[in-house]
Write a protein that binds this ligand. Sequence first.
Ligand SMILES: Cc1ncc(COP(=O)(O)O)c(C=O)c1O
Length: 484
Amino acid sequence: MIQKNGQHFLYQQVIDLIKAMQTSGTLRPGDKLPSLRKLSGQLGVSIPTVKQAYVELERIGKVEARPKSGYFLKNASITMASPKRSSFVRRPVPVRCQTLIEEVYDAVHSPSVIPLGVAHPVMASPPDKMLARIMRRMLAQAGSKVMAYGPMDGYAPLKRQIAQRYLEQGVVVDQQDIIVTNGAQEALAIAIQSVAEAGDIIAVESPTYFGILELIETLGMMALEIPICSENGICLDDLQTSLDLHNVKACVFSSLINNPTGSCMPDHKRRRLVQIVESKGIVLIEDDVYGELHFCEEEVLPLQAYSTCGEVITCSSFSKTAAPSYRIGWIVTNKYEQKAKSLKRAFSCSSSLLNQMVLTEYVRSGDFIRNIKRLRQILQQNKERMLALINEKFPAKTCVSDPQGGGVLWVELPPGFDATEWFRLSVKEGISITPGILFSATGKYKRCARISFGLPWSDDVENAVNTLAALAHQLINKNRLKTA
Ligand SMILES: Cc1ncc(COP(=O)(O)O)c(C=O)c1O
């Protein structure tokens, strides 16, 4: 209790109280502390006293102040290192990953499984009720009109909303340059085929999202891996060397928020990245599906913002910010508009008109941005909790990334660990993760895995992480016995 005439300063007593709540588990890493007004009311002390306590807790590294969001309990005990940049293979290779991808998808879509293998962060705060309300209204108002084919390159009001959202971020995009697609995956397929053909070399981050590798495999192209570090993304020296050595047709990068590590390239590095690629006349395809879900204090701009000669094609979608089932994404085509349009027409004619109309209303209403802001906070909180659990329970010498956005993190277990076996054992226990080997074309990352923190936090999620930890210990012990 706060004692007005006690021996300690009042603000110190507030600090002791927060620490006691942390020790008892009432407040956990990532939790938001009560607002200044609320706690001052509850404890009967002034707002400046609570503020002084929070500032002191921030100074000693116990809490973190997030602009316009409040104060959050930090994970001060995290001692794990980040995975280091992988060794560099300077040659393009064909990709063969489809069999394992099928197995991972089967695991994710099994209804009885806790899907920590899926990158679906919007589940942490789904806007389903808002979207359902808009859809009912659309159906009632527009009737059979919504059942028609939509325009081939997209519903103009949606394209306008997307262009306006870019403008709010300070990026000028002409809505005529936007084509609406069936998710970011179709956008990527169109982008790659607009600029490259079978046999061409495509530079990708390493590790990178396996959907990009699967596309390269399907299109008969070759992947050239550029290493990233889990702290701040692509190594630019390696990129420069690779582009000097090989006749690369296009780069496909998620530089804003990488999947699987969650790394975010700082602004100055992304500007330099665009300069390097454009100066070589190479097309830079940016996969920006997580761009809106960054945890940075300032707005971060897509690579498109730094383009000076129109060689950047941006692919994105509403899958991570509204709902993946709508299958609505887009491509900012720049110079490649005509080719991209003809590919869209040939592949899928148009995207669901009803879904485009619903999303237009959702973005226009402002609920979209409000939900994104809430989602970022929830994801950040989940990340802290997940990191704390991994830190406490996973085997010694595990490294883990500290994502700056999105809903997944990347773990690297000790040398010799087989994360594909870990994935298969986990599925038997009703949990899915994504084995690391999928994120490379050169068989790297055998001891790594991607784990999602994008589900609503619950006892089930905590138990699943504990089970993953127990299975990892079990595998390590089995290996030790084998080699003893
Ligand atoms: C990095 C990345 N790019 C693209 C996609 C595909 O997105 P969409 O569902 O919009 O097709 C995903 C989906 O998980 C992703 O993680």
